[in-house]
Design a protein around this ligand. Structure first.
Ligand SMILES: [Zn+2]
Length: 200
C-alpha cells in the first residue's frame, strides 16, 4: 500500500480482514468512510463495539444477547426435532420460511479439512451430547447447503448419529447444487424443508 497516514493504513488493514474484501476494496471502503461526517464515524464505531455484547447460546450455540436464546427458551416450540445448521445466520433464513417449529443446533461450519474444519473443530461432540441428553429428540434434520462440503458433513454426521437411534433427515433437493442456503428464497427453502428425506 502507498504511504498513507497511519489511520488510513490501519483502517484499510482492518477492513481487509473481512471475507471477500481485498486490499483495493478495503482502501475504497476506507475512503468512503473518510467522506462521512464525524458523528457517523462515531455511530459506526459504537455499533461495532456493540457486537461485543453478542454471545453464543449455551444450548444451541446461536448468536444471542442472553445466555439462552429466544428459540431455545420458547416452550411452545416442539422438542422432538432438532435442525442442525452450519452457521447461526442460517437459523434466521429458515425461520423466515415458517416451515419449521422445532429447535436448532449450530455446528459452527461444515467439514472442510483443507481449510482446517475437522470434526474436532466443529461442534460434533456437543451435538452428540445434546442428543444423548435429550432422548425426546426423535428426528435430526441436517440442514446444510447442498455443495461438496455440506454433502460430506451430512454423510459424516449421518454415520456418527446412526448409533443414537434417531431418524436423520436432510433437506430435499429443492435447492440447486452449489447453492448457499443463506441466499435461498423462502419458497425454495420451504419446499426443501417439506420434502426433506432420510440421509441413508
Ligand atoms: Zn439457543
Amino acid at each position: 500500500m502507498r504511504n498513507f497516514p497511519a489511520p488510513i493504513h490501519n483502517a484499510t488493514a482492518a477492513l481487509g480482514r473481512l471475507p471477500g474484501v481485498g486490499p483495493k476494496t478495503a482502501l475504497r471502503y476506507t475512503f468512503a468512510l473518510l467522506r462521512l461526517p464525524k458523528y457517523e464515524l462515531d455511530n459506526l464505531a459504537a455499533t461495532i463495539v456493540g457486537l461485543k455484547n453478542v454471545q453464543t447460546c449455551s444450548v444451541c450455540f446461536a448468536f444471542t444477547e442472553k445466555p439462552v436464546c429466544e428459540i431455545c427458551a420458547d416452550s411452545s416450540r416442539t422438542g422432538d426435532m432438532l435442525c442442525v445448521v452450519s452457521e447461526s445466520r442460517d437459523i434466521a433464513t429458515i425461520e423466515a420460511t415458517h416451515a419449521y417449529r422445532g429447535k436448532y443446533f449450530v455446528l459452527g461450519g461444515v467439514l472442510n479439512p483443507i481449510d482446517g474444519a475437522t470434526p474436532d473443530t466443529l461442534r460434533c461432540h456437543e451435538l452428540v451430547a445434546r442428543l444423548t441428553l435429550h432422548p425426546e429428540i426423535v428426528e435430526v434434520i441436517l440442514a446444510f447447503s447442498p455443495d461438496v462440503h455440506g454433502e460430506t458433513t451430512i454423510l459424516y454426521l449421518g454415520k456418527q448419529l446412526g448409533s443414537l437411534n434417531r431418524k436423520t433427515t436432510r433437506l430435499a433437493r429443492g435447492l440447486p447444487m452449489g447453492a448457499d442456503i443463506e441466499y435461498a428464497d423462502e419458497v425454495t427453502l420451504a419446499s426443501a424443508f417439506t420434502g426433506r428425506s432420510n440421509t441413508q
